[in-house]
Design a protein around this ligand. Structure first.
Ligand SMILES: [Zn+2]
Length: 310
């Protein structure tokens, strides 16, 4: 069966991977704004959980058919009762009892909890008990606008899948692949109506040009631990001294930004500060006519070492 959502490549990859590896998480949070496909994705995962076919969800077995028309006995939806604003603690207690019974016809039983943020703390603590000691053969799928509206203890026991409108999802991924953080990407796309090119211009600002662009890619390679890739990137600069200066300025600016962004996470901030110190230290060497190949080799291994020290 074809994955039902456009865009959202990362989510697609993650979901297809855990389904094909038969390693379905026992609890999933699907977060996203209305219209991003939370229900569609929940149905798809639940269908894969109950499917009797080979390539799940096969789309042609009896279970898939029942899932499609919404009458599969092992797929249960939970939502605030009619005229109620919240999912009650009683609803969750009932769900818990059911969860410990064997599935009716399939291998797995799926519970889909809509508007999960409407569970009050009591209800969330009640579901937490079942998430902490999940019965076998059960999957819980919580749908919400934002996972942060749920208790940390609940979120920490779930695999979180974040959905974006198709265009934005792809655009965010593209910007993140270029070394920008998700928040930077979302902010830039927000002010440029989702236009990747314009968002890049905005993010790059005056700081454009080969050296500056390479600094982004280089930083991304270092943080991913791709040492060889980082070296290959700087190879292009070895014969172009003016771009080396732009590269260094851009790398430092980028690290200043990362330090600012990570103030709430002292360990991460310390790592960026150490990286900035390394760049500053090496910059002095540039005034000494050092061989640029050597310079980049030394800088790259230093930055990688700092990054791995955590
Ligand atoms: Zn099937």
């Amino acid at each position: 069966m074809i994955f039902p959502l456009k865009g959202n490549a990362r989510v697609k990859e993650a979901v297809e991977q855990f389904i094909s590896a038969h390693r379905m998480p026992h609890a999933i949070i699907i977060e996203g704004d209305p219209g991003t496909g939370r229900h569609t994705l929940a149905k798809y995962i639940a269908k894969a959980a109950v499917c009797e076919g080979e390539n799940r969800p096969c789309g042609s077995c009896r279970s898939c058919h029942l899932a499609d028309i919404g009458t599969h006995p092992d797929i249960e939806w939970v939502a605030p009762a009619e005229k109620k604003k919240n999912i009650s603690v009683d609803q969750i207690r009932e769900l818990r009892t059911t969860a410990y019974h064997s599935p009716h016809t399939s291998e797995t039983r799926a519970f889909i909890i809509e508007q999960a943020e409407t569970m009050n703390a009591h209800a969330q603590n009640s579901i937490l008990k079942v998430l902490e000691e999940p019965p076998g053969k059960v999957i819980f799928i919580l749908l919400t606008v934002a996972a942060e509206r749920l208790l940390d203890t609940v979120v920490s026991r779930c695999t979180v899948l974040s959905l974006f409108p198709p265009a934005t999802g792809e655009a965010v991924k593209e910007l993140c692949d270029r070394g920008y953080s998700r928040d930077e990407a979302l902010a830039a796309l927000g002010s440029e109506s989702g236009n990747v090119g314009k968002a890049l211009e905005l993010l790059g600002g005056k700081n454009s040009g080969t050296g500056a662009e390479l600094a982004r890619d280089y930083f991304a390679a270092i943080t991913k631990g791709e040492l060889l890739n980082a070296m290959l990137l700087t190879a292009a600069l070895e014969s172009n001294r003016p771009e080396v200066d732009k590269f260094t300025v851009a790398l430092k600016e980028l690290l200043h930004g990362k330090i600012k962004d990570s103030m709430a996470y002292p360990q991460t901030a310390r790592e960026y500060i150490a990286m900035l110190d390394a760049v500053n230290g090496f910059e002095a060497l540039l005034a000494t006519n050092i061989n640029l190949g050597l310079y980049f080799t030394a800088l790259t291994s230093k930055l990688t070492a700092v990054r791995n020290k955590k």
